[in-house]
Structures are given as structure tokens and as C-alpha cells.
Design a protein around this ligand. Structure first.
Ligand code: ZN
Length: 237
């Protein structure tokens, strides 16, 4: 190789190198831009409202919701419950169809005759969720052991209270899920108004096929027939 050829060859190699580096830089920039673009796309998607079809419960089950006139405040789908933890992935009030039918009749009756409504705190509790609850509070004084099974897991129990026409809860003396003697239905050292509200709720629930338990003024179980436990978990879509 002549000296001049060597020089030309070197120059060519250097130029090729620069070209390669430039190319690489362009590619890196393109990748960076792509990431930025991706972020923007992701943000836009999150802000875009997504159509959700109404939830269809399985055969034999009914969802109590606002359309049916109920105030739905499923506390185990929030951390506003006695465990302080979120137990359910999302809130839904599902009940066996005839259990729901009686509550729908009662809701209409309360609305028409007393201008009152029903607020539900808990309804069907699938066994997997009962297990979660037990894992957080493994104490049979507060939570039914999953092996024994709760009436909620049969889709036959409902935790509820009464609300006025503005949605304000009637005074029942304690908050929902308050564990103490003040929440017992045979605890009578309470203001007259509270005693009357509790007595009214219990009487109406009994009239429509439900029975109370001694330790929780808010808990009622359907007593017209018995259902098996179930374990399906509702979809959150
Ligand atoms: Zn209950």
C-alpha cells in the first residue's frame, strides 16, 4: 500500500466511525423520544373514560344498587372498617335473589310510608374474602372462622341501617362494626330516640323475613330458607 493509499484508507475508516457513532446517537435519541411518547400515551389512556357494562351477577343472585334505591357503602372495600384494612377488591352488594327481593320490597315500603331508605354496609361475602378477613383478625369473637362459615358467605345476611331522605343515617347509638356491649340489641342504656330507631329497624326487618342477632344491631339474616355457602368473587369491571 502506498502512503497516500494508507492516508485515504484511514480517512475513510475515521469517517465510517463518525457515521456509526452519529447513527448510534440518533438511535438513542429516538429511543428516548419513544419513551417520552409512551409516557404521554399511558397518561392519556388513564384519563380516557372507559365504558363499563353494568355488572351481571350470576344466575340466582341480585345486586342491590343505587338504581334500586339503595345507598351502598361497602366498608370492607375501604379501610373504614374495624380492621383498618381493605379486604374486598371492590364494593358490591350481592344477595340471593329472593333475599334481595324482600329487601327491595322493604325499601319501597320504607320510602313510600316513612320517606326513609336503606344503607347497606355488607352483603354477600365470598369465602375467599372471609378468609382474608380471618387472616387479618383471627379472632372468633369478631370474625366467623372460614371453616364454620358466615351467613354472609351464603348470600343470606346483610349489614344495614336506615337513612333519611337526604341519605343521613338514623342514630343507632354506635357506628357500624362497633364491637362492644353498646352495639348489642339488648343494651338499653341509650337515648330514647336510639332505642326507637333500633326497634323500628328490627321490627321492619322481621316483618320482611329477617332475624337479628344479639351482638350487632346492623346484622340481619334471611330466615325463610337456607342456601349453601358460595365462593365466587364478583368482577370489578
Ligand atoms: Zn353481618
Amino acid at each position: 500500500m502506498k502512503r497516500r493509499d494508507i492516508f485515504q484508507f484511514s480517512l475513510f475508516a475515521i469517517l465510517l466511525g463518525i457515521q456509526f457513532l452519529a447513527c448510534k446517537t440518533d438511535k438513542a435519541e429516538a429511543l428516548e423520544n419513544l419513551e417520552v411518547t409512551d409516557t404521554i400515551v399511558t397518561t392519556a389512556t388513564a384519563d380516557t373514560p372507559v365504558y363499563q357494562a353494568p355488572y351481571q351477577p350470576p344466575e340466582g343472585w341480585t345486586e342491590l344498587n343505587r338504581e334500586l334505591g339503595f345507598v351502598v357503602d361497602i366498608r370492607y372495600a375501604t379501610d373504614s372498617n374495624f380492621t383498618g384494612k381493605i379486604i374486598y377488591d371492590c364494593p358490591k352488594c350481592l344477595l340471593r335473589k329472593d333475599v334481595a327481593d324482600y329487601l327491595i320490597m322493604l325499601q319501597k315500603h320504607l320510602k313510600e310510608k316513612y320517606n326513609l331508605g336503606i344503607k347497606v354496609f355488607d352483603c354477600y361475602r365470598p369465602k375467599p374474602y372471609q378468609q382474608r378477613l380471618w387472616d387479618v383478625v383471627p379472632d372468633a369473637r369478631y370474625v366467623t372462622p372460614p371453616a364454620k362459615g358466615s351467613m354472609h358467605s351464603r348470600g343470606m345476611a346483610v349489614d344495614l341501617t336506615l337513612v333519611d331522605s337526604l341519605g343521613n343515617e338514623l342514630d343507632m347509638g354506635t357506628a357500624y362494626d362497633y364491637f362492644g356491649k353498646e352495639a348489642h340489641i339488648d343494651f338499653l342504656d341509650l337515648p330514647q330516640e336510639v332505642l326507637e330507631n333500633r326497634a323500628f329497624l328490627k321490627a321492619k326487618m322481621e316483618e320482611y323475613g329477617f332475624e337479628a342477632i344479639r351482638t350487632e344491631w346492623w346484622h340481619f339474616a334471611f330466615n325463610k330458607r337456607m342456601y349453601n355457602f358460595d365462593d365466587f368473587v364478583w368482577s370489578c369491571n
